[in-house]
Write a protein that binds this ligand. Sequence first.
Ligand SMILES: OC[C@H]1O[C@H](O[C@H]2O[C@H](CO)[C@@H](O)[C@H](O)[C@H]2O)[C@H](O)[C@@H](O)[C@@H]1O
Ligand SMILES: [Ca+2]
Length: 585
Amino acid sequence: MNPMELHQPGLRHDPTWYRTAVFYEALTRAYDDSTASGSGDFSGLTRRLDYLQWLGVDCLWLPPFYASPLRDGGYDIADYTAVLPEFGTLPEFTELVSQAHERGIRIITDLVMNHTSDAHPWFQASRSDPDGPYGDFYVWSDDDTKYAEARIIFVDTEESNWTFDPVRRQFYWHRFFSHQPDLNWENPAVREAMFDVVRFWLDLGIDGFRLDAVPYLIETEGTSCENDPATHEILADLREMVDREYPGRILLAEANQMPDEVVDYFGTPERPECQMCFHFPVMPRLYYALREEKAAPIVDVLAETPQIPVSGGQWGTFLRNHDELTLEMVSSEERAAMYGWYAPDPRMRANVGIRRRLAPLLDNSRAEIELINALLLALPGSPCLYYGDEIGMGDNIWLDDRDAVRTPMQWTPDRNAGFSDADPGKLYLPVVQSLAYNHTAVNVESQMAQGHSLLHWTRGMLALRKQHSVFGLGDFTVVEGDNPAVLGFTRWIDPATLDEDVHVVGENEILCVMNLSGRPQGVHLQLGAGHAGTELVDLFGGRGFPSLDEQGSVHLTLGSRQFFWFGLHRTAPAPTPDSSPEGDA
Ligand SMILES: OC[C@H]1O[C@H](O[C@H]2O[C@H](CO)[C@@H](O)[C@H](O)[C@H]2O)[C@H](O)[C@@H](O)[C@@H]1O
Ligand SMILES: [Ca+2]
């Protein structure tokens, strides 16, 4: 058992907790202001833990809250082991961690390994004293011609990945903003310093890290400077250290890459890297499938996704986060279509993506919001919700950059949406005041009071998912159907094949059927003869569905954007995993 867990009364010993967990991303600054300063803080987050527990959140992901000039939402770190004073103190942070643990909620934080702020003392020392201990901490060059094949990521603001520093009279390398110099990971001292940062936070009891912008650690001439083999070596070394010194803590990769490249961030059985990787390619396909009214984009991207190469690995899935909805992982034709559907106003775009929240993206259609969430919860992976999307919060495209989607959480219909007691003019960003998403209409308190609100619906869905570990642990098989607008798939598991310490509850085989179209659809689904006579048991409590016939097929009718989740209760024993589930395919 992980010794830390002896001191964490609310946490159950569960080495693979992240495979069945629901994650929730909350910005400390945006969640709750306990001091009327105009900015959220740790104590504010702590007093909202009961809400998160009620909602069904298992793990809170906190983006950077470290000392920072805040020129990139805190991803520009000026001191890795100090917290931003406006967010509170280190003891207040550790209190947040222990209060979360008491409620059975784990906490992961962001680790920004690729770069620092230019205000970081390491950079200041590096630029002023090239021969000193930090002289080689960053990637310096006499000219700006190296690594010419590396793309620019922040295309809205940057023209080059090199910037001239007038103090050192050399160029420094940066994959993001010019105020975020890349660390030189070829230098062993950088690795030591960053591993110590990791130890510092793990010693405080956090449960792991989201590894920010992790493909860009190492640069090699003549390459894209992404996914370098030496970057993978660093990650494998990091995992080795964490497993040795802090067993049970997790690493989650933010590698915005194609399926065959992102999968490498799990590492290999001999050299594991991250237990989890965000699945960037699947996210835009969910939105694409909804507008094209076809299952194929989802089926295709999952078919292109290689098997996770290590045991115990898990995808992290999401609909939105604190960044733009990135369109880097779709083709230029798909991107053009998505801009047309989802970002008709150029103000809605940022870099290669769309800076809008979930509800406005879907025109506040409750049916579409429910359907895309049902996809998120049923497809392979552990889902990560973005704060405020559980109540259908809106965005503010008149704010700069990704601030559009980082406005204060809307708790009540009162002043400042119950987020802060400060003068409204003092808030770090204004509360959303648009007609459709005004905080007087969209807030937690009102939705708590309405049994059919999106908030109650979301909570119910998380609870249902939790009753069936197959959603987190199971395999995925597409079911053959005759209607391209309907996605059918099974999630299935053979508990006998799982390690003893993996705790399984609920159905072993679930059929999910989702109508991606805005019109009613009929579909004939073919599960195969091994499923002959199988009963369909609606997990939402509905009745009167036909059983599968002797060929293992069934005809279903779905309303506009409707979905079903059925337990499959076979009349004959399930085939062995090799032959299951049918092709039984
Ligand atoms: O620290 C710099 C940035 O790192 C993350 O960036 C990611 O977001 C980008 C879009 O905003 C994306 O294009 C890139 O592939 C990612 O690595 C972080 O999430 C950002 O907030 C941050 O600015
Ligand atoms: Ca780098």
